[in-house]
Design a protein around this ligand. Sequence first.
Ligand SMILES: NC(=O)c1ccc[n+]([C@@H]2O[C@H](COP(=O)([O-])OP(=O)(O)OC[C@H]3O[C@@H](n4cnc5c(N)ncnc54)[C@H](OP(=O)(O)O)[C@@H]3O)[C@@H](O)[C@H]2O)c1
Length: 324
Amino acid sequence: MVAAVRVHKTGGPEVLTYEEVEIPAPGPGQIRIKQGASGVNFIDTYFRSGLYPAPTMPFVSGNESAGEVTAVGSGVTDLKVGDRVAVVAALGGYAAERVVPADRAVKLPDSIGDEQAAGMMLKGMTAEYLLQRTFKVEKGHNVLIHAAAGGVGLILGQWANHLGANVIGTVGTKEKGELAKANGYHHIIYYRDEDFVARVKDITKGALCEVVYDGVGADTFPASLDCIKPLGLFASFGSASGPIKAFDINLLQQKGSLFATRPTLNTYNAKRDALVKSANDLFKVVSSGAVKIAVDQKYALKDAQKAHRDLEGRKTTGSIILVP
Ligand SMILES: NC(=O)c1ccc[n+]([C@@H]2O[C@H](COP(=O)([O-])OP(=O)(O)OC[C@H]3O[C@@H](n4cnc5c(N)ncnc54)[C@H](OP(=O)(O)O)[C@@H]3O)[C@@H](O)[C@H]2O)c1
């Protein structure tokens, strides 16, 4: 039996239950991992609340973790006992140990510890595909990123800056604004007090943005569309304030023949080759120092409820991890 945080019925943070669970031996194609740290991501709150349906009930919460391989199932050839790995895979993350398909694990460089890995893989590979594949950000592009001081936001800002973009971020508080400024953002907008569309127009001298990356959802829609140049892209990658309601597609025509997408990491990294390349691109920008990973909150596994309250209460910055 190992310590884990399970959900028996969907609801608020109080449904996260710290208890002992049975972890099986790895089956064919699987590995067992003793975890050094688990990442906390906004998606964990969607599964916990029921916004995203979980495939089983009860389920162990969490979608990201890092640790050491302690057993390998038959047919696993590229990983062995003792290897250090990180895993981004749906559910099972908040536990001292877990069993996962080996093809979802990536080997970690020695320079990246378990805690840093748990704070960067899901968020960093998200930044990778958003900036390189959903839209190819290039030197001179104007880019707007909402929730700039959050886990994904701090990585996106640094990486977009590294690519040569003019990086504009929205944040909820002055402290978050300072942090975002120290992490790649050229311009900060306080979207709780300021009209962010007017500020984007001002900052870009009316040119607007090639792309808007929006993980906030309901509260920033449809205003985000008014920040985009004709033929630009609206990348709606999350719903921290709630999901965007169904809208009339003619709106995209009215706002300048815009493109809109609702991308997800699972689709972009579904194939093993894509996962490995995405992870390697992330390791490269982190090891070069272009992107620094801020693990600003660390909680004991048993305190997962507090981690979720703080995340949903907009109290956190950068990455959050749980340690067993
Ligand atoms: N599609 C994908 O592949 C993918 C992958 C990873 C993450 N995501 C999405 O990316 C977004 C960021 O994820 P994260 O884990 O890094 O979280 P996070 O950004 O660290 O936390 C969410 C932030 O959103 C802002 N926010 C605005 N309105 C909010 C509200 N009503 N309630 C709570 N927060 C609100 C807050 O910042 P301020 O106080 O500054 O407003 C808050 O700190 C989430 O929407 C997540 O679902 C998507």
